[in-house]
Ligand binder design. Structure first.
Ligand SMILES: Cc1cc2nc3c(=O)[nH]c(=O)nc-3n(C[C@H](O)[C@H](O)[C@H](O)COP(=O)(O)O)c2cc1C
Length: 299
């Protein structure tokens, strides 16, 4: 495959419109994935409601909406509304490991019963207007599950299979199974995307003929230029890290959402010599003006 694409991972509770808009301004990311929305047969939102959900997101953002669902009818209904709203591709979240998601047989739970997964995909794919991208884990309990999972998806034509190379039981910490990914991902008939702990351009060096690219999550908060760096594009003509972090800080301070900002600053702080001290300074501030002034003084 030609040049690898770079995608921004969905990060619920961390990344929404202000971050997406700022990173689209920086550049380097071909696609930006929205955090998941539930597709449940009892509550399919009206098109206007869905459109409003993305109304703060700039036109520069090439957005891929993501759905969490275990129901083919609900997934098709919501994905087709999104297509009509102008989103040619929708992602299916089959990787979320959170207990209240998995206990309702959604997210990574769909990878447990591969017969059921195949039925679900069969009931969905022929009826979808948008292209289907799927995000999975390398396994639920063990990375040894990966080859059999790939085989199921090989029976269908996907836009891509994005693999967070941790198991669901690992949640978001511990080492990704990068080598297991490299050993087995070549068997995927669908284009495949690697995800998990990429924090600098040198780590985006997997060589597989069917590798479409990389999805980057937390690493892009600490280093918003990573997309440009992976592509070998210049970073000196775009927002600096200081401008990037300040722009986002200004937005959340103006909207009084310091909780979200503090979550982001856990990752921004890693850019400073003493991250713990930087974060500790900000953590206790509950006044927007003071928060903004403190951020300015940090730079
Ligand atoms: C706070 C948080 C929220 C997340 N929200 C989502 C989500 O809505 N949908 C999803 O598919 N993955 C979600 N993820 C997983 C990330 O998209 C990504 O797969 C994971 O962080 C590994 O990539 P990274 O090491 O580059 O961050 C979330 C992860 C974190 C830490």
């Amino acid at each position: 495959m030609a040049e690898k694409i770079v995608q921004l991972a969905p990060l619920l509770g961390l990344i929404d419109a202000p971050f997406m808009n700022a990173i689209a301004e920086v550049g380097g990311f071909d696609e930006i994935f929205a955090p998941y929305m539930l597709a449940d047969e009892r509550s399919i939102p009206k098109p206007q409601v869905l459109a409003r959900r993305f109304s703060d997101i700039s036109k520069r953002v090439n957005l891929v909406p993501q759905l969490l669902s275990n129901n083919a009818d609900a997934f098709v209904a919501m994905a087709n509304i999104l297509y009509d709203l102008g989103y040619p591709k929708v992602n299916w979240n089959m990787g979320c490991p959170i207990k209240f998601v998995v206990s309702r047989n959604r997210g990574a739970a769909l990878l447990r019963d591969l017969g059921n997964l195949e039925r679900l995909l069969s009931n969905t794919i022929g009826r979808l207007k948008p292209e289907l991208s799927v995000k999975i884990r390398i396994g639920v309990d063990s990375p040894d599950e990966f080859p059999a999972i790939i085989e199921v998806f090989n029976k269908f034509k996907l836009n891509e299979l994005i693999v967070h190379s941790r198991t669901a039981v690992q949640q978001y910490s511990g080492e990704p199974y990068r080598q297991t990914f490299i050993d087995s991902a070549g068997n995927s008939l669908n284009p495949i995307v690697y995800n998990g702990d990429i924090t600098n351009a040198a780590e985006a060096n997997i060589s597989l003929p069917n590798l479409k690219g990389y999805m980057i999550g937390r690493g892009a908060i600490t280093n918003p230029h990573i997309g440009l760096q992976i592509k070998g594009l210049p970073t000196d003509k775009v927002l600096t890290f200081k401008q990037f972090a300040t722009e986002i800080t200004r937005w959340y301070c103006a909207h009084g959402n310091l909780n979200r900002l503090k979550e982001l600053w856990k990752y921004f702080a890693k850019r400073f010599d003493k991250p713990e001290e930087v974060f500790a300074k900000l953590q206790t501030i509950n006044d927007s003006e003071k928060f903004y002034e403190t951020v300015e003084s940090l730079f």
